[in-house]
Design a binder for this molecule. Sequence first.
Ligand code: SIN
Length: 500
Amino acid sequence: MRHRPPALVDTHSSFRHLTKGHRLQTSSLIGGKWVGSADGTTLAVTNPATDEVIARVQALGAAETRDAVDAAYRAGPRWASTTAAERGTLIARLATLMRRDVERLARLMTLEQGKPLAEARGEIGYAASFLDWAAEEGKRLKGEIIPASAADKRILVLRQPVGVTAIITPWNFPAAMITRKLGPALAAGCTVVIKPAEDTPLSALAIGELACEAGIPDGVINIITGKAAPIGDAMFDDPRVRKLSFTGSTEVGRMLMGKASKNLLRISLELGGHAPFIVFDDADMDRAVDAAVACKFRNAGQTCICANRFYVQAGVYDEFVSRFAVAIEGLRVGDGLSDGVQIGPLINDAAMEKVESHIQNATSLGGRLVVGGKRVRVDGHADRFYAPTLVAEMTPEMLVCREETFGPVAPVAKFNSESEAITRANDSEFGLAAYFFTRDASRLMRVAESLEYGIVGANDAAPSTAQAPFGGVKHSGLGREGGSHAMDEYSEIKYVSWRL
Ligand code: SIN
């Protein structure tokens, strides 16, 4: 290996108190060692709320990526030969350490990602839950014995780890999108190379430190930071990598799927969404309004499964719009570290420009701005806060009705019949999550079955949980994460035909 010694910690002292005096880890983790880039280049990590540089992480390239794959490959056989219970103990220990350090990890996440502290704390618990669940589920990864057609034969089906897994994660959930993949990968006996998003590498590195403290053997988890292209290309060129698990945009997912074809990798892709949220005349309106706020404005709307377009039946349209507007007006925008803030900054300027262009497009096509529709100035902060917004009279031509806005914008349209609602909800290239609210049990089953989405929230806007299969259809991706289905993604089936 050509690594320089671990980079000097360049944490800005002013951020120390915000992370409870803990040194920020800024080096990458390869084969159990904290390493720097061969040429000394670094990447700045900035707080989106203030534009201040929090830290500089190592910008690794192709050579270091190969080293990370090498470390994962070498650690593979030993890790795979441990028992599921041994692996489970270590994975669960990592979850316990994350919970122990929830406050520090949550502050770190808010600093690099911007989400309100309460949401960041919630994400750490959510992230740990994937590890706990996988730690147990690994023990239930069973093979089969199938009756053979000859008396002197036996057919055995074994489940074995896929092998070295490349995990590429997004900035919107810097911890949970890692553990959702890491938990089942480790439990199934795979070793991993994690490439976190450039905007939010610090949470990933902090998880890496805790993994070392948990006693997960060297090389089982490798975490490399840097620019996507050289790292990704080196991963896809290396035949020792056998699996890609990616969460991010449909555009990037499509590109990675092409690159993964070179070595015919197993792939799991959790991509973009454009969730419809349907409110029928017979819905419990209190629940529908509360759920609409929670579903739309979580993480300032920067969530793949958050509601993107609301369809409300004619009989309750005016009531829903006015009650939703009141709830939205009560949301507090500001720095995620400030008490009571519910909407933090957008991740970067490009995100702000996209939100503004969607609003401009909607209003130019007849959308009625009911609440918001403008930037919010937060004293002493970056110009990156957008008011939670409600646009009524959405039409299918509007960008908000077709593209992921990834911001705090709720466009609403009126519909008349159940079949119209289903047709309009399904009129999307995406198929990740959909929501609807009704008190009619027969309609509930009918609509749930008709929606062309991988996840359906029926009177529920918070479907994410460790034991459920999370994933989409159409352009929203391939494969499922969470629950026992996730174990399938990280295990290979081997058939042994045994002649006695
Ligand atoms: C996402 O959709 O961006 C992840 C959110 C979740 O796991 O609930």
